[in-house]
Design a protein around this ligand. Structure first.
Ligand code: PMP
Length: 417
């Protein structure tokens, strides 16, 4: 029986949005921040395009808060591709592609993505998040098993929820624990899907893909790799985890990626064998019941992919500046966790309020870097997360780390050690 404090039977707190747990939590955090004179670090409004630098409220900042890893979202050729596609196709495809939304640029992009991965086919979705939700949600069902790295992105968790499959996690990058789980659990289920990321977005470390392939073969599972952050970042020429680890495309059953990071647009995709991609094209809810990708979203992603492959020096520069950042950060004694120095570099600070405070001070000093707070990461490992782009310079990195060092020295926080 639901508790009630009205005559009509339903308590007011079940009707009032302001009394819902999430909103109450948000209010409590805001109150705490206000008491510490800290402004909201989220939803900052940028005046123009955003790369290694940005302008906010008329002031220029060194920027580490964008996934624009290859600096292509403000490349003139990418911008022109978007404009030309609008001139040709208009701004919307107006309906689901299965009904009336297909345009040539969709097929061209999908062919290019399949080619990039070396798979038979690929399918683009209007959102990266929806790609995972819809793919996992469609492929698995009750009686199936989803096993994922503990640090997997929310979109895969939501897919698992939608599917009704049993969900289990293994400690981050711990393949011994994964094997123990598979040994004990695999035979209880029909299909089993292991989901990992190529490059982890909170820690900047990489999956042991060869070990994962061996396990998925031994225990007869599907393996899905979310390449949201590894596309264009890992591998000598940006070929992702596949190039980084020198594996075959067919060693992984489901390649997932986003268009919103190195590819300078928005949306997501699945690449794999024809039977997989065709099934998703006809049945996955986030594709079938959603509008087709707008031309001005598909065309710049296609152009960015072309440029990325034609100009590997962008990837090389990204590698070099990321390694420089990591080495300098370590030399200054910062806690960078298990980061491997590939575009994403966390500096672990402590609790959430401390991370907000340091981010705030950095902003005052002209550096835009976001705090990552609990529950996105464990409470005592709240952090600043630096996203590097190939346009960052050593001088910018030096300035940033020296300012961070000065701030941390002047506080009671534990780092630098
Ligand atoms: N997968 C991972 C690993 C992500 O980090 C994200 C978000 N950055 C997504 C999927 C969702 O992608 P999008 O933001 O393009 O919807």
């Amino acid at each position: 029986m639901i508790d009630s404090d009205t005559h009509s039977g339903i308590a007011e707190r079940y009707l009032d949005f302001a009394q819902q747990p999430g909103y109450l939590q948000l209010c409590a955090i805001r109150k705490q921040a206000e008491a510490a004179s800290l402004s909201d670090p989220f939803f900052k409004c940028h005046d123009g395009w955003v790369g290694a630098t940005t302008t906010i409220d008329g002031r220029q900042y060194i920027n580490y808060a964008s996934y624009n890893y290859l600096a292509l979202s403000h490349d003139e050729r990418v911008i022109s591709a978007a404009k030309e596609s609008i001139d040709r196709y208009g701004t919307s495809v107006g309906a689901s592609r299965s009904v009336s939304g297909e345009r040539p640029v969709h097929g061209e992009l999908e062919t290019a993505l399949a080619c990039y991965h070396g798979t038979e086919d690929a399918l683009v979705f209007v959102s990266g998040h929806a790609t995972n939700v819809s793919t996992i949600g469609y492929l698995l069902g009750p009686g199936d098993l989803l096993i994922h790295d503990k640090y997997i992105h929310n979109s895969s968790l939501m897919g698992a929820k939608l599917s009704g499959a049993r969900r289990m996690s293994f400690p981050h990058n711990n393949l011994e624990a994964l094997e123990a789980l598979l040994k004990a659990q695999r035979h209880h289920y029909k299909r089993a899907l292991i989901v990992v990321e190529g490059l982890y977005s909170m820690d900047g470390d990489i999956s042991d893909i060869r070990g994962l392939i061996a396990l998925k073969q031994r225990y007869q599972c599907w393996l899905m790799v979310d390449e949201a952050h590894s596309l264009g970042v890992l591998g000598a020429n940006g070929g992702g985890l596949q190039e980084h680890a020198q594996i075959d495309a067919t060693d992984v059953d489901i390649w997932m990626g986003t268009l919103s990071k190195s590819l300078a647009s928005s949306g997501g995709y699945i690449a794999g064998v024809k039977a997989l991609v065709d099934s998703l094209r006809y049945f996955s809810p986030g594709f079938l019941y959603s509008v087709g990708m707008s031309p001005q979203v598909a065309a710049p992603a296609l152009e960015a992919l072309r440029i990325m492959q034609a100009e590997p020096e962008r990837v090389h520069k990204l590698h070099a500046i990321s390694q420089y950042f990591l080495e300098r950060a370590k030399a200054l004694g910062f806690d960078v966790g298990t980061c491997t120095g590939n575009a994403i570099i966390p500096v672990i600070i402590g609790n959430s309020m401390q991370a907000i405070a340091i981010s705030h001070k950095m902003f005052e000093l002209g550096i835009n870097v976001q705090p990552i707070l609990h529950p996105a990461v464990p409470e005592q490992s709240a952090r600043l997360r630096f996203f590097l782009s190939c346009e960052h310079t050593q001088a910018q990195v030096d300035e940033t780390l020296n300012k961070l060092f000065t701030i941390l020295q002047g506080t009671s926080f534990t780092h630098p050690v």
